[in-house]
Write a protein that binds this ligand. Structure first.
Ligand code: IMP
Length: 439
């Protein structure tokens, strides 16, 4: 007899997250899943994200709007866990409108905390101060989009929310942080923000976003009650999670799967699929430990250029390295992935050999699992490698069975090591280059 919480009775929700340090190719996978969905929800992160979709050679990068917007008929929500930059959002909406995208399907929660213009300035000024005071490498290496300072105000219970911006009676709250922010900016040697400029920005933000304001919770639960499928679109990646990532070199929200419940308003029991997206190798932008990173030099530079590993939001060169099975096992355990998607397989085409870290050696000890004190990784653990024969031509495969045998062997090893099924691989940037496992 099924119990009261039998999963089969419930309306299904898929949570899709980055399983590494972000930039795993989530945009493309969400785009591929979209035809079976009624709703896509962004529930954490903010303008720091950059989700890229390439259709027919045309590249679209979405920062705050859910990727589902590119598919007619899918309702899209930005729910309370997102830190929202209203002015960036307006620019993004203008870009989409110019491309003929119907934006009536987008609803933004009044509970989203706003990244105010001073948050961006503070983000950059604080980063510069860290570098000045503690030397290069001390700064987090943020995207400079104001995430950290906004999250600090949110946690400090003095944040400004979209509802405040859109209610003239509460608009004064939007200016409340300006004086304190300006005092800090000046103490850090940065330009303060003029009150008049802020005023104009508030007016523009309010007028532009009013048509999209709405409660997201009833819309989400309405779809669930009608038996629709909802995808919760994660941003960044597991190893950048505020709680479980390589703190302090992390983002200020929760990219791990649990963030979908707190930030998106989905009850835990309605989630029946958790998809982790990971590259066939690893990348990281910004500072912080990265155990499998390539040694700096010609190989690392050539790999980055060939793989096109430059930030979708900031254009920064990404640090590149081999696959880290220790980090991926950690991600599988914490998020309970039902499926993994391995992306950018084609980037490894032509490598004479392919490596994966199966453990680390630290202070003469073998670590097969991530330590809970991830600052230990800052001491530079030495990866213990497993080496696989390289392959050619994975990009040409049109089905799973057509993948070169060394790839199939590598995938089989990964599944065994991670204890998680790899359900799709992506072998190129185009929509068509996504291979579903046949059995
Ligand atoms: P923040 O989120 O801008 O505060 O940046 C904190 C850290 O997260 C930095 O290392 C950023 O490079 C990284 N980060 C933030 N957003 C992304 C993303 O979308 N992809 C990859 N890294 C990100």
């Amino acid at each position: 007899m099924p119990g009261p919480f039998h999963v089969g009775d419930l309306m299904p929700v898929t949570v899709l997250i980055g399983a590494q340090w972000g930039d795993e190719g989530k945009g493309k996978i969400i785009d591929a899943l979209a035809p079976g969905l009624q709703m896509v929800v962004r529930y954490q992160g903010g303008p720091n994200a950059g989700h890229t979709v390439i259709v027919g050679g045309k590249r679209t990068v979405l920062h705050q709007v859910p990727t589902g917007i590119l598919h007619p008929g899918i309702a899209c929500l930005i729910s309370p866990g997102v830190l929202l930059d209203p002015w960036e959002l307006l620019d993004e909406l203008a870009m989409l409108r110019e491309n003929g995208v119907d934006l009536e399907r987008l609803t933004v929660s009044p509970a989203c905390h706003l990244i105010m213009p001073w948050h961006r300035l503070l983000d950059r000024a604080r980063e510069a101060a860290l570098d000045r005071q503690a030397g290069p490498g001390a700064a987090i290496g943020t995207t400079g989009r104001g995430m950290g300072p906004c999250a600090m105000d949110k946690a400090g219970r003095r944040g400004v929310r979209l509802g405040d911006l859109l209610d003239p009676a509460r608009r004064a709250a939007c200016e409340a942080g300006l004086a304190a922010a300006n005092a800090e900016l000046e103490s850090l040697g940065a330009e303060p923000l003029a009150r008049a400029d802020l005023h104009a920005a508030l007016e523009r933000g309010a007028a532009g976003l009013a048509p999209h304001l709405g409660d997201t919770r009833p819309l989400l639960h309405g779809v669930l009650q009608r038996g629709g499928r909802v995808l919760m679109e994660g941003a960044q990646g597991m190893m950048l999670d505020l709680e479980w990532g390589t703190y302090p070199f992390v983002t200020s929200t929760h990219p791990s799967a649990g963030g979908a419940c707190t930030g998106g308003g989905v009850p835990l029991r309605e989630v029946d699929q958790v998809i982790g997206i990971g590259k066939a190798y690893c990348t990281r932008v910004g500072n912080g430990p990265f155990p499998t990173e390539f040694e700096p030099g010609a190989f690392a530079d050539g790999f980055r250029t060939a793989a096109g590993e430059f930030g979708a939001t900031t254009g920064r060169p990404r640090r590149c390295g081999w696959f880290d099975a220790v980090a991926m096992r950690y991600a599988c355990q914490l998020n309970g992935f039902t499926d993994l998607v391995l992306t950018k397989l084609d980037v490894l085409d032509g490598q004479p050999e392919v490596k994966a870290a199966v453990a680390y050696e630290l202070d003469g000890r073998r670590l097969s699992e991530m330590p809970e004190d991830l600052r230990l990784l800052e001491r530079g653990p030495r990866p213990i490698w497993r080496t696989f024969p390289g392959w050619q031509g994975s990009a040409d495969a049109r089905s799973w069975n057509e993948l070169p045998q060394p790839v199939l062997d590598y995938l089989a090893w990964l599944e065994e090591d991670l204890g998680t099924r790899i359900s799709w691989v992506s072998n190129g940037p185009e929509r068509s280059q996504l291979l579903r496992r046949n059995a």
